[in-house]
Design a protein around this ligand. Structure first.
Ligand code: FES
Length: 423
């Protein structure tokens, strides 16, 4: 936390950050924010653990028991359709010894069975069996279910997640995005007319914010939804010829890391998954209109794939220059509404969270599970770990002595277990 003062402390110039609630300068984020491990970890806490994340569409769960494994910012989770038809999300962490409950990408199951010691869970996350624990005095099955994640499904069937471990997320979906699913331009499309077709991904050697910035150039901020950005496609940026060729497009970028584009023949979702300060993965899901021919679908699908590859190449080159440290922060033109707004939102969220942590005297990980005393690790153990951490500043910045349970936070993006704490 102490090293973060270099990013938020006084005396910053040349496009340096400003504290929350002040008018930010029209500057992009400093180059260091695209390679710093500290900033990356702070983004995990301040953004990806707090904001609603567009993740997939309910079309991917046609049957009871259909499930998919996802990850974002180091948190691995499962989405599954239960017997009541609900889509649930759980951390992919066994409550016994934290082994992943699923290791495949997806499937259809009646139950989740951990391969390590055989604990099994229902589609609603409840613990079904824990071999050897039946007779254990004081063991309460009802308190050892999978750790849940908040799910919201909007009116168009898109599935959103929020990793905030509170009973209700601090940021409600309604406050952040209400109305974004009711945009008049969506009325032209019936999302039930599409089927999931395929998923694909690319990895990129660049910080996720570079591509988000890149998207942003094509979007204008929504005045009614400050957390979202929508393309002005009242008539589309589509020409009459494009409309005639099935290329009438409506695209929406959802802060922080997702975009969705819908056309008559397909819609596709793109998620930017940060993997480290300087790497990310771009994950795509493509849904095909049931009434489109192979040619119609493939032609448009390929056009978008090559566009995505071009975007990737630009981002890689940008990151190379940012890494040199030579890059100075150019001032943005006020008419560049999209690019101005993205850094402002990021800067504000990080500064606000950092202030909270300074006030609390420790890192705040909103995705950390808050379990009752009797279920959580011992406070004594956590305090022991915290003391070690405070004696080792490098351990703090790297995630703490125990990988997060002590308050130092998970060590790297690869961490999958949600931390527990005593409340
Ligand atoms: S870690 Fe899953 S059953 Fe032991």
């Amino acid at each position: 936390m102490s090293t973060l003062k270099n990013y938020f402390g006084p005396g910053e110039t040349e496009g340096g950050p400003t504290p929350a609630n002040e008018n930010p300068p029209l500057h992009p984020l400093p180059a260091s924010w695209y390679s710093s491990q500290d900033i990356h970890e702070l983004e995990r806490r301040a953004i990806f653990s707090r904001k609603w994340l567009l993740t997939t569409h309910k079309l991917r769960f046609p049957k009871t028991g259909d499930w998919l494994r996802y990850e974002i910012a180091g948190y691995a989770f499962i989405l599954v359709k239960d017997r009541e038809g609900n889509v649930n999300a759980f951390h992919n962490v066994c409550r016994h010894r934290a082994f992943p409950v699923v290791t495949e990408e997806g499937g259809t199951s009646r139950i989740f069975s951990c391969q390590y010691h055989g604990w099994s869970y229902g589609l609603n996350g409840k613990l079904a069996k824990a071999p050897g624990y039946q007779e254990l005095e004081g063991f309460d099955k009802s308190k050892n279910g999978l750790l849940p994640i908040h799910v919201h499904i909007d009116v168009n069937g898109f599935v959103w997640l929020n990793l905030d471990a509170g009973e209700s997320p601090e940021i409600s979906w309604e406050d952040a995005f209400q109305g974004v699913d009711l945009q008049p331009r969506f009325k032209e499309f019936n999302f039930e007319d599409y089927n999931f077709d395929h998923a694909w991904e690319m990895s990129g050697d660049y910080n996720w914010k570079i591509l988000a910035d890149n998207y942003n150039k094509f979007y204008t901020p929504s005045t009614s939804n400050p957390g979202s950005y929508t393309v002005d496609t009242k008539d589309g940026k589509s020409t009459p010829e494009e409309v005639a060729n099935g290329l009438k497009t409506s695209s929406t970028y959802y802060f922080p890391n997702a975009a969705m584009t819908v056309l008559p023949h397909l819609f596709f979702m793109q998620r930017l998954v940060p993997m480290s300060p300087t790497t990310c993965s771009m994950r795509y899901e493509v849904y095909r209109n049931k009434n489109s021919s192979d040619d119609e679908f493939e032609t448009i699908s390929q056009i978008y794939k090559s566009m995505m590859s071009e975007n990737k190449d630009r981002c890689v080159e940008t990151q190379k220059n940012l890494n040199t440290g030579v890059s100075a922060n150019g001032q943005l033109h006020p008419t560049e509404e999209g690019p101005v707004d993205f850094p402002t939102v990021v800067r504000g969220l990080l500064a606000e969270h950092h202030k909270r942590e300074e006030d609390a005297g420790e890192q705040i990980w909103p995705a950390r599970q808050r379990l009752p005393k009797e279920e959580a690790v011992s406070k004594e153990d956590m305090d022991f770990c915290s003391k070690l951490t405070s004696n080792d500043a490098s351990a703090l910045t790297a995630g703490g002595c125990c990988g997060g349970g002590c308050g130092g936070g998970p060590p790297t993006i690869a961490a999958t277990a949600p931390e527990t704490m005593v409340v």
